[in-house]
Design a protein. Structure first.
Ligand code: UD1
Length: 369
């Protein structure tokens, strides 16, 4: 079986590692994985470092698309993926998550009748202002097998009519668990053995907060970004706790002189370059709390039993909030500060909601069957 795996943005490279590992551990005699990198993320610390660390095969195809407006970026990817799909016979295409690379893969493959396997299907924020929500909806509609990571994702698809008996509209929906959970279990030990980031930053276990900000509605609105940064500065100062903030290049580009002035007033808030996956894994495992607008980081906080402040108006990972392991605070100064105080006080529980750590194997078995 010849499969084309499309990746492009940082979290997809990480998710793909789980499936690549499952293929090479048990199926390499019957499945050949051909990796295509769209080039959506191109800085070394947003892309190459993940290949180096996670043991993913180097991409066979690289489109080098780079940044751009959504339509422009996605269109270039569709053209490039189509060309690769036409160059030989593929039995299916694997797409991850909700980025423009996912959308482009779905559009190109569906027009050429190549079966689409969508990993992380069925997630919904029900906020169509998010580009990722549009990408998810389109990719799910065009997919052949939808690999949902949670029961909530399955229920979302049921509500949208994916379980119809209609002969051509019927699709297979499988709750396989979350490939990110597979990865966190696999790489947690490796990170502890190989990384010295805690020593380099002079951080103590449970003695710091890990924060990330990259969503466009936070980075591209100076007032929202200011509210978040002000909350981080005040928590660091008033609680006397170091906060580390590895910065996505998009966020760094959007910092104004006023933002810089705010940050420079509080040395306990430290800005870093983007971290590698192993470094991030270690930092998440040891953090006292996580503050983020990332879907993936929210979940990893949960896997490592760390409470989390979600700096978005809503989340796709509603079970984290339902179990009170995370609080939605949006980009609202007061809500962020209040959420910190609340999470410091309560006892949070972390039941197993994201599968059994074997999602990637189930994905390959189902594709083969
Ligand atoms: C994308 C995904 C998002 C995912 C995120 C993970 C879409 C619509 N969004 O958002 O779902 O959570 O990746 O990181 O696909 N940039 C660089 N170097 C890089 C990459 C990006 O400088 O290697 C900067 C550029 O200024 C670029 C901006 O970041 O214009 C935004 O990059 P883009 O790929 O459009 O979206 P992300 O914010 O990374």
């Amino acid at each position: 079986m010849q499969l084309l795996t499309v990746i492009g943005a940082r979290p997809q490279i990480i998710k793909a590692a789980a499936v690549s590992r499952a293929i090479s551990n048990g199926y390499s005699d019957i499945v050949t994985e051909n990796i295509l990198h769209t080039g959506q993320h191109y800085d070394a610390n947003m892309s190459q470092v993940f290949f180096d660390e996670l043991g993913i095969p180097q991409p066979k195809y690289n489109l080098g698309v780079g940044s751009g407006r959504h339509g422009e970026q996605t269109a270039k990817m569709i053209a490039g993926i189509e060309e690769v799909l036409l160059s030989r016979t593929f039995d299916g295409i694997i797409l991850y998550g909700d980025t423009n690379s996912t959308l482009a893969g779905a559009v190109a493959a569906s027009k050429l009748h190549v079966p689409i396997f969508h990993v992380e299907a069925g997630l919904r924020s029900y906020n169509r202002m998010m580009p990722e929500e549009i990408n998810r909806i389109v990719c799910d509609q065009l997919s052949t097998i939808l690999f949902a990571p949670t029961q909530t994702a399955v229920d979302n698809l049921r509500e949208e009519g994916f379980f119809t008996e209609h002969p051509t509209l019927h699709r297979r929906v499988i709750n396989c668990g979350d490939v990110m959970y597979d990865n966190s279990l696999h790489f947690a030990k490796v990170a502890a053995e190989r990384c010295d980031i805690m020593e380099r930053l002079a951080l103590q276990p449970e003695g710091y907060i890990l924060a990330t900000i990259h969503r466009d509605n936070n980075t591209d609105d100076p007032q929202r970004l200011e509210q978040i940064l002000r909350a981080l500065v005040d928590i660091a100062r008033n609680e006397n706790v170091p906060i580390t903030l590895p910065l996505h290049p998009r966020t760094r580009n959007k910092l104004t002189p006023q933002h810089h002035q705010l940050i420079s007033g509080e040395p306990r808030l430290r800005l870093l370059e983007p971290l590698s996956f192993l470094e991030m894994t270690l930092m998440e495992q040891n953090a006292r709390m996580v503050m983020t607008d990332s879907g993936g980081v929210q979940k990893e906080a949960f896997f490592f039993e760390r409470p989390c402040i979600i700096m978005r108006p809503e989340t796709e990972w509603v079970e984290i909030v339902e179990h009170k392991a995370g609080i939605i605070a949006d980009a609202d100064y007061q809500r962020i500060v209040d959420a910190y105080a609340k999470l410091e006080q309560c006892n949070v529980s972390f039941p197993p909601l994201f599968g059994d750590g074997h999602a990637a194997e189930k994905i390959i078995q189902n594709i083969l069957s």
